[in-house]
Design a protein around this ligand. Structure first.
Ligand code: HEC
Ligand code: HEC
Length: 90
């Protein structure tokens, strides 16, 4: 009895599925470009490029703590694991 209408519904679900996938795709496609500053190449940071990440992160706070030479802005996100956000490129 209900075969015809349930087939119609499956067709509808497939369309919804494709539309949702397209929506997610467009959302990711339009994502803003990455804005997190990378680790700078200067005398202060050059040593950290060659180090293990966890090893290097022990030094960041020497200068980037609140009373260091370059305190983090108040709007800075949580600071756990600096180098997972601030990427190092070579
Ligand atoms: C010897 C002091 C010192 C240490 C240690 C240090 N920094 Fe810095 N950092 C600075 C200074 C000074 C600046 C600002 C001048 C500049 O942009 O180079 C800065 C700037 C930055 C910036 C901003 C770059 C930009 O483009 O605005 C990032 C990100 C950063 N440091 C991350 C780190 C991380 C991560 C570590 C640990 C691996 C670290 N720093 C260790 C002194 C230091
Ligand atoms: C969760 C990701 C994340 C982590 C972890 C993180 N940061 Fe950042 N950091 C950012 C973002 C995003 C910005 C840009 C913020 C802005 O422009 O307001 C930033 C900006 C900075 C700046 C530039 C500030 C300026 O004056 O312009 C420095 C320096 C910095 N981070 C250092 C560090 C240090 C040192 C650590 C570890 C103790 C750390 N960050 C951990 C995401 C992160």
């Amino acid at each position: 009895m209900g075969t015809k209408s349930s087939k119609g519904k499956i067709w509808l679900f497939n369309v919804i599925f494709v539309v949702v996938c397209l929506g997610i795709f467009l959302l990711l496609w339009n994502a803003p470009p990455e804005t997190t500053p990378r680790l700078p190449h200067d005398d202060n940071h050059q040593p950290f490029f060659a180090m293990d990440k966890k090893e290097a992160e022990k030094f960041c706070e020497n200068c980037h703590q609140p009373d260091g030479i370059r305190p983090l802005p108040e709007t800075h996100p949580p600071t756990y694991r600096c180098l997972l956000c601030h990427k190092r490129d070579f």
